[in-house]
Design a protein around this ligand. Structure first.
Ligand code: 5GP
Ligand code: ZN
Length: 114
């Protein structure tokens, strides 16, 4: 087992409901779904948070957002819309320290968050 639960999901040590996978990106259903669609989209490579991102990650981020759009399309979210969330650090509400983008949709989402 790795020290990071999402690295363990990438490695297959922890089961997940996968919705998309390629060589660099994995997407799976959140275990505590907050909306009819609640998918976590992650790089397979361990990056702790958005604070570590820079220009070097442009191609990887492009792949992540292409995956998000592909999943949104497959889930029928394109017309009504959806939300992409990245929680960063303690005040941002990040609890798993392997960067992930929440894709939420299938119901009306209120704004602003608490
Ligand atoms: P954060 O609060 O860090 O932005 O989001 C972490 C998310 O990971 C939470 O929504 C939580 O439900 C989800 N999560 C935590 N552990 C697991 C797990 O083992 N499997 C899955 N599928 N989701 C998890
Ligand atoms: Zn990790």
């Amino acid at each position: 087992m790795a020290e990071c639960i999402f690295c363990d999901i990438v490695a297959g040590n922890i089961p997940s409901e996968k919705v998309y996978e390629d060589d660099e990106v994995l997407a799976f259903n959140d275990i505590h779904a907050q909306a009819p669609t609640h998918v976590l989209v992650i790089p397979k490579k361990h990056i702790a948070s958005a604070r570590e991102l820079g220009e070097k990650d442009a191609a990887l981020l492009g792949k992540i957002f292409a995956a998000i759009n592909r999943i949104a399309q497959e889930k029928g979210l394109m017309e009504k819309g959806f939300r992409i969330v990245n929680n960063c650090g303690k005040d941002g509400g990040q609890t798993v320290h392997h960067i992930h983008f929440h894709l939420l949709g299938g119901r009306h989402l209120t704004w602003p968050p608490g």
